[in-house]
Write a protein that binds this ligand. Structure first.
Ligand SMILES: NC(=O)CCC(=O)C(=O)O
Length: 280
């Protein structure tokens, strides 16, 4: 394991124009690369407004779609690991078409290492005004995603997935040392829960946690919270964006993870004689 890792989160303001979103992201990635980062993380639905109306219109087949090609090229050109936030993915099986909220994970050679399809769909009706039914358009992912890289072992889950500690622990049991959450929380649940959940998952599992949100766009129907964040395994916040567009860059010390796990070995202290968690 390298001992230091420089990473960036590109918090873009998503608009209803895929090409413009990609162009903006290209510039943000170039800005991060100039600072020598090795890993770049993009937000949930970074190329498509977070809205059931837009998901089918913006969705792409994988591999081969415009965004897939864009991400692969960016990773290769800049020799970086790229966690492509998420995009709406179309899958056609036996004439049946399904959509997923999918994160694409690319290596520095531009090859797709893995993808994560959002497992838990955001179906809520909050009295404060946020109503969303992802399951109106999207299908449920079925896989726990952990990718081994030369930098660090990365678990990827998407937004509402963050609320399920069992999933995060399963990722850690599969070797995750950093959990990446592309996530568009909103202006109700964001201030209430985003930071708390990111920190809780970090301290529960003694991992780095990175939350990558889109910037807030008040012209859109859904107002993302923003506040992309990088948290260390001691639940210390290393960096936080505001609600506007930003590229946040942070060097992290990976020895912190080893040190904390050695000094406070809670993962070893589990009572597997009394309870267990398993992937089915
Ligand atoms: N895109 C999402 O899954 C939103 C999740 C969210 O806002 C939450 O509070 O959970």
């Amino acid at each position: 394991m390298n001992k230091k890792l420089k990473l960036a989160v590109c918090q873009n303001k998503v608009i209803a124009d895929k090409d413009k979103n990609l162009l903006k992201m290209k510039k943000m990635i170039a800005k991060a690369v100039k600072q020598g980062v090795e890993l770049i993380i993009l937000p949930e639905m970074f190329n498509c407004p977070y809205d059931n109306h837009y998901f089918p219109i913006y969705s792409e087949e994988i591999p081969g779609g415009k965004t897939y090609e864009f991400l692969s090229k960016q990773a290769k050109e800049h020799n970086i690991y790229l966690i492509g936030g998420s995009i709406p993915e179309t899958v056609v099986e036996d004439k049946d078409e399904k959509l997923y909220n999918t994160s694409l994970i690319f290596g520095p050679d531009g090859k797709l290492l893995d993808k994560h399809r959002k497992i838990h769909l955001f179906d809520v009706d909050l009295s404060d005004g946020v109503t969303f039914l992802e399951s109106n358009t999207l299908s449920y992912g079925e896989k726990v995603t952990v990718v081994e890289t030369e930098l660090i072992n990365i678990g990827v889950a998407i937004c509402y997935d963050l609320r399920f500690p069992e999933l995060m622990r399963l990722m850690v049991d599969k070797g995750a040392e950093m959990i990446i959450i592309p996530g568009a929380f909103n202006t109700v649940t964001g201030p209430a829960h985003w930071e708390t959940l990111l920190k809780a998952r970090a301290v529960d599992n003694q991992v780095f946690v990175v939350g990558a949100s889109p910037a807030r766009n008040l012209e859109a129907d859904y107002h993302a919270y923003g506040h992309s964040m990088i948290i260390d395994p001691w639940a210390e916040k290393l960096h936080e964006a505001g609600s506007k567009e930003d590229v946040i860059i942070q060097e992290i010390d990976l020895t912190k993870l080893e040190k904390i796990r050695e000094e406070l070995p809670l993962l070893k202290h589990r009572r597997s004689d009394l309870y267990k968690l398993e992937e089915i």
